[in-house]
Design a protein around this ligand. Sequence first.
Ligand code: MG
Length: 455
Amino acid sequence: MSARKLFGTNGIRGLVNVELTPEMVIKVGCSIGTFFGRKNLLIGHDARTSGPMFARAVVSGLTATGCNVFFAGMAPTPALQYAVKNHKMDGGVIITASHNPPEYNGIKVIWSDGIETSHEQEVEIENIYFDNKIVFAEWDKLGTLRELPGINDEYIQAIEKQVNPAKIAERHFHVVVDAANSVGGLTAPPLLRELGCKVTSINANIDGTFPGRLPEPRPESLTDLASTVKAIGADLGVAFDGDADRSIFVDENGVIYWGDKTFAVIIKQFLIKNPGAKIVTPVSSSTLIKDTVQAYKGELIWTKVGSVTVSQKMKELNAKLGGEENGGVFYGPHQAVRDGAMTTALLLNIMAETGEKLSKLVAEQPQYFLEKGKIECPDEKKEVLLQKLFEQVKGENISTIDGVKIWFSDNSAILIRPSGTEPVFRLYAEAKSQEKALKLVEDYSSRLKKILETV
Ligand code: MG
């Protein structure tokens, strides 16, 4: 964490008792409480061993600054976000490090609309923290602390209302759930049983050391899920990240799909039912998303990379569907935030309505090959390098929403972005063949290096 920065892309993150200590978290709680100013806030945490400790530290800071705290206990991030809106809270705080390893924890601050706070709001909280502008309440105006049980059940019921439970139940789906020993296990299995599915769970017991697998759902950590689905003849497998806002799926043959493939399945059905609808996605998403939105006549809205940006753009445009390639799907009729259990219900609803297996739904999509690369670039030269690159390619079909993305006439594309955390530029190429994708990375790496020699 740099001198005056607490927040990263999704909240505050750090190593427990090294970067993120109880003293610091109490001060963060005081700063969040001062930012909101004596309001009603909902708080919860994921399954991490440090969750109860940090939740109490935040509660201490919030009540000290006069906020009334409602304590929801252990919950997925999207369940807490839903409850903030549903209970008309002024905001919320969830203690989670999402997909980071077990030795990490973090803090996400939620605004009254259920969406994480904006970058500008986070800067306000940071200014209170670093400039010691905390406003403590007098002894007789301290905030209160109450329990608010049952938010996970309310969340499950809300998701059921967004799909056709009778239609899903007719199919008697068998689903394997891998909750990474975290909070996804509290909501997904009961939701699926409510929808008439047979559920087999792996890594289901809550254990903040994450003994089953790391909380980041990567293909290499989902081999148990994939082999279980195949071995028992299940229809679908789903894996969540640590706070269950992202979901990655496995088809009936045990094939693991990265998030853009299942997002494209959801886009297609959504556009068939909602012609011309707006689909919001970061510029890092696959060309598959662009192809699908074009094929089914939707309107594609690109954003900068980051889930909060997608949520805010959906809200601004009243768009009902958004998604990221990492398995985050935002379903506006429920809530405009990433939501793993909602995504699972949507996919089952599509499988029920079309009568198709997931493998078939994905097989009809155009196929792309991905290559990644990076070149070193000192932080102080990043901006001028980006500007020079832009001047060279500005005649082409490009977007400069986040870095430079270039689409070529043969449907290949490359995204070139400066890293926010390391002195490097990252290159992500996509093409109809692996060779072409690799060539794009090589060509643009040498082009960037050449420009760098001149700046
Ligand atoms: Mg997450």
